[in-house]
Design a protein around this ligand. Structure first.
Ligand SMILES: [Ca+2]
Ligand SMILES: [Ca+2]
Ligand SMILES: [Ca+2]
Length: 147
């Protein structure tokens, strides 16, 4: 890689790049997938929303925040109204602006407390559903890459 860096003018850039590539390597080894400036870890088991989130945090990531259609996979997403009822927030603290609720959602179905959000159908754009946070679900961790 350093063949491009003959006069070392670009060493800093190369170091950064090398660091990035090394971490890319690590992530791929740990079965992370890289796509459009984020790494994704897709779970192979199911957990409650809080346990899923803890798993992501331990991996240096967080539950997926949906910014594009491609991120809509059947799983928990990093959206909750656990703090204030009806005030949906992403796990990074940002308020919900663009949403993809399924029809009639969010609905606290049959008076249940539904404060965590799953993607219900992969093939429908509007497929978010609030469900009880203790339900078991697959989850996706997302770690954005700042370059
Ligand atoms: Ca995202
Ligand atoms: Ca709720
Ligand atoms: Ca619901």
């Amino acid at each position: 890689m350093f063949q491009f860096c003959i006069f070392c003018l670009c060493c800093q850039t190369m170091e950064l790049l090398s660091y990035f590539l090394n971490s890319t390597d690590n992530y791929i080894q740990q079965r992370w997938v890289y796509f459009k400036h984020s790494f994704y870890y897709i779970s192979s088991t199911t957990k409650s929303w809080p346990n899923s989130r803890n798993d992501c945090l331990q991996r240096g990531a967080d539950l997926v925040i949906i910014n594009s259609k491609e991120e809509q996979v059947i799983s928990w997403i990093g959206l909750t109204d656990r703090e204030t009822k009806g005030e949906w927030k992403w796990v990074d603290g940002t308020p919900l602006t663009k949403s993809y609720w399924g029809s009639g959602e969010p609905n606290d179905y049959e008076g249940k407390t539904e404060d965590c959000v799953e993607i219900k159908f992969h093939d429908e754009e509007n497929s978010w559903n609030d469900i009880p946070c203790g339900d078991q679900n697959f989850w996706i961790c997302e770690k954005t890459v700042a370059l």
